[in-house]
Design a binder for this molecule. Structure first.
Ligand code: TYD
Length: 203
């Protein structure tokens, strides 16, 4: 029986998600919630090794192989971290989840989206977030925010990141109740005002 809540935070690289995640966790803690902040890839112990491969392996990685590594990471993360925390009544706030694979490997790299959805369900026992916040930022601004030090996925070109951004907007369009889009172009405090109103409505 589910007791806690599950919130995911998504967006293309450079959308400012990490700053907002910390603000969200603090906001919920100030309300008295028991919050677990976690992330993908690498939210579980085994996933740290997968994260290293996913972000830094310097040989060729096929898009299918990459997808399966994300699913493997996710399956372990859901079983050993996310589900137990929800069952303990925590609010789990997760930096990236199933929508990242749809946006990056599906829209970004052309892996079949319905098969990604099938494998996401297999990896998670169909555990869906109660709320997903997508930070949407202009692709050129996002690239500037990422800077010069790029990991394997950040090093993909601007066209790839524009497809990822569009992927998120399509996901939000198809699931408007779960997925809320925030304009992440303005300064941090302005963006967080939008986030707070989404969380207040939700809670
Ligand atoms: P990370 O350093 O956590 O970046 P960010 O702060 O942008 O979340 O790196 C995660 C990278 O992995 C990011 O480029 C998005 C990518 N990714 C996928 O391509 N598919 C996925 O399913 C997930 C979870 C992440």
């Amino acid at each position: 029986m589910k007791k806690g809540l599950f919130i995911t935070v998504e967006g293309a690289d450079g959308c400012g998600k990490t700053t907002q995640l910390n603000l969200i966790a603090q906001y919920l803690r100030d309300m008295g919630a028991d919050v677990l902040l976690t992330r993908e890839p690498g939210g579980a112990q085994l996933g740290l090794e997968l994260r290293e491969i996913l972000l830094h392996y310097d040989g060729f990685v096929s898009s299918k192989c990459e997808s399966f590594l994300f699913f493997a990471d996710r399956a372990q993360h859901v079983d050993t971290v996310i589900k137990p925390a929800i069952q303990q009544g925590k609010i789990v706030v997760c930096d990236r989840y199933t929508d990242s694979t749809v946006a990056y490997q599906g829209y970004g790299k052309g892996v079949d989206i319905s098969q990604i959805q099938y494998l996401n369900n297999l990896a998670t026992d169909s555990l869906l977030p109660d709320l997903t916040i997508v930070f949407d930022v202009d692709s050129e601004i996002a690239q500037q925010r990422v800077g010069a030090q790029k990991d394997r996925l950040e090093s993909e070109g601007i066209d790839f990141h524009a497809r990822v951004r569009n992927g998120y907007l399509q996901i939000a369009k198809s699931e408007p109740l779960r997925v809320k889009v925030v304009d992440a172009n303005p300064p941090v405090d302005v963006v967080f005002e939008s986030v707070k109103s989404i969380i207040d409505d939700f809670i």
